[in-house]
Design a protein around this ligand. Structure first.
Ligand code: DHE
Length: 519
């Protein structure tokens, strides 16, 4: 990292403005190196921020890009630079990031295989937990403040281990079906496999240059990684993270696409991926005998010498009406509910009949990866917060009709509940009231409490213990904490100091696909 970039990072971290360049004719590459490189990568290949390359920016008009550089982007870490850069400098920066690179970066099976780090032979590891705590009631806490993760005992609320992670983890870590292993993805493509029983990192691989998220198959055999850059969907062997298949993502004979998100659809024994640049959803069955039922094989990205091509992981394409940026499944996994960043509606796509079956009027950009469902008056409803409006939308899942729009203090990121709790919890992340968590009664749909665990500091992301008796919330601060609440009385019972704990993930709730959390 250059001294200038270092300085930019430090000043950004301290929230101090960089001094403006006096000279409007200074090259845009100079502004880029000072303001953008720390997050978007020196070569624009992405880091904690997305890659800034023409293909990745295709859906963003140049005038919109100018607006984002000037004023920042809601619901992301992107700050505005209007106070530091002139209009001319911002325009030059836009031209710079929309210009193609001198050569296309490659990251295929050979590069993936070369990046692989196996840290311990499995023979040296114990088959039982080396600690005395319920292995299914552990939480994995991701602390983005100093890029660490903590394994937390979910009964005593005491840390069992803390270890360094890759820079810029994003999305929920995913567990093997027995809960022994947890897999993390970083925005810059690193996939790490950690053995919870032995409290050790066991393997790592860089599966992409800019990665969206990962999913673990319900049989524990495969990890699917969705990438923004390159436009690939990578299947890894979950045992050692070696690449098994690298799929070029795109239309049959046409343009390629970033992967918006990939999830495991356990009852269907398939991965399901939403594509960001073409209106298609892909279903990829992973059973060995899946081939005959499905159509449309995609080609392998030249598999390197000595890398076995198992699979075949055939692709079933489902055409949808709009690009999907995010989605979640109903509990049957027959339907997915998908949202597009620039549309006021969401689509319900039935994976069996392979078409849209309903349209949902959801205002304010639902954060569907955060959608959950619960039973209300004997019927299943789904709820989702919205990234642009202070409202939780509740929809009946049989008729797909809106039930309520619950007003909250501001737009939120995460909605969480548990089968054994009568409440769901939502944050107000993107608002002035971001220090407030609101508790909503599942039956009356009334906000019954507003809690401020650390006034003035962002409070977000709730996850329950396996029995649903306690709700754990994060204080998003370097001097932050996990705050444990009694989920019935809503009283605080414990506070565990943490470095900006972005999220926490309960082994039991995740591996049993609780309706109250993400999977
Ligand atoms: Fe996330 C999960 C998309 C910005 C923290 N976020 C996810 C997932 C998606 C997603 C698709 C589900 C992946 C999974 O778990 O497998 N997030 C997006 C965006 O499109 C958005 C708005 C812009 C972007 O920068 O990509 C975005 N997300 C953020 C943030 O700014 C947050 C608040 C801070 C950060 O770490 O970057 C953030 N996202 C999270 C967290 C999860 C997540 C903590 C896991 C939630 C869970 O309980 O599973």
């Amino acid at each position: 990292m250059s001294a200038r970039v270092c300085a930019a990072w430090l000043l950004a971290a301290l929230a101090l403005p960089l001094p403006a360049f006096a000279d409007d004719t200074a090259p845009a590459s100079q502004s880029y190196a000072a303001r953008c490189a720390a997050c978007h990568g020196a070569a624009r290949l992405g880091g904690s921020g997305p890659a800034l390359l023409p293909g990745n920016l295709e859906r963003l008009r140049k005038d919109a890009a100018q607006e984002v550089i000037a004023n920042g982007r809601i619901a992301t870490q992107m700050p505005g630079f209007a106070a530091e850069l002139s209009v001319t400098q911002i325009q030059a920066l836009v031209d710079f990031i929309y210009a193609p690179l001198a050569s296309e970066p490659r990251w295929d099976a050979v590069e993936i295989q070369r990046s692989r780090l196996e840290q311990l032979a499995s023979a040296t590891l114990s088959e039982k937990p080396v600690f005395d705590a319920d292995p299914l009631n552990l939480f994995v806490v991701v602390e983005t403040g100093d890029h660490h993760a903590t394994i937390l005992d979910g009964d005593k609320f005491e840390p069992i281990a803390r270890f360094a992670t890759r820079y810029g983890l994003h999305g929920g870590p995913k567990f093997s079906p027995d809960g022994r292993y947890v897999y993390f993805a970083s925005r810059d493509g690193w996939v790490s496999k950690y053995d919870i029983y032995n409290l050790r990192m066991v393997a790592e691989v860089r599966a992409g240059i800019n990665t969206r998220n990962l999913a673990v198959s319900s049989d524990g055999r495969y990890v699917a990684v969705g990438n923004y850059l390159p436009h690939t969907l990578v299947i890894l062997n979950a045992a050692d993270l070696s690449p098994l298949k690298v799929m070029a993502v795109g239309q049959r004979h046409g343009k390629s696409s970033r992967v918006a998100a990939v999830y495991d659809a356990a009852p269907r024994r398939s991965f399901v991926a939403a594509l960001k640049d073409i209106p298609e959803v892909w279903e990829i069955p992973y059973d060995d005998d899946a081939t005959p039922v499905y159509e449309g094989m995609v080609h392998d990205y030249q598999l390197g010498e000595g890398i076995p091509a198992v699979g075949p992981f055939p692709v079933r394409r489902i055409e949808v009406e709009n690009y999907l940026d995010d989605f979640f499944f109903d509990q049957s996994y027959d339907n997915l509910i998908g949202a597009s960043r620039d549309a006021a509606q969401a689509q319900v796509v039935n994976l069996n009949v392979r078409r849209k079956i309903a349209t949902l009027a959801l205002p304010g950009l639902p954060h569907l990866g955060s959608g959950i469902s619960w039973t209300r008056h004997g019927r299943t409803v789904m709820g989702t917060p919205n990234l642009k409006q202070g409202v939780v939308s509740v929809i009946e899942m049989k008729t797909w009709k809106p039930v309520a729009e619950i007003a909250t203090l501001g737009p939120g990121f995460f909605l969480r509940g548990h089968e054994n709790s009568r409440y769901v919890w939502v944050d107000n992340f993107n608002s002035k009231a971001n220090d407030a968590l609101q508790v909503i009664d599942k039956e009356s749909l009334e906000v019954v409490a507003t809690l401020r665990p650390a006034p003035g500091k962002t409070a977000a992301h709730v996850e329950f213990t396996r029995d649903g008796k306690y709700a754990l919330a994060s204080i998003w601060d370097m001097d932050g904490a996990i705050v444990v609440y009694d989920a019935e009385t809503l009283k605080e019972v414990k506070r565990i100091p943490m470095k900006k704990p972005s999220g926490k993930y309960n082994v039991y709730n995740k591996t049993t696909r609780s309706a109250g959390t993400s999977h």
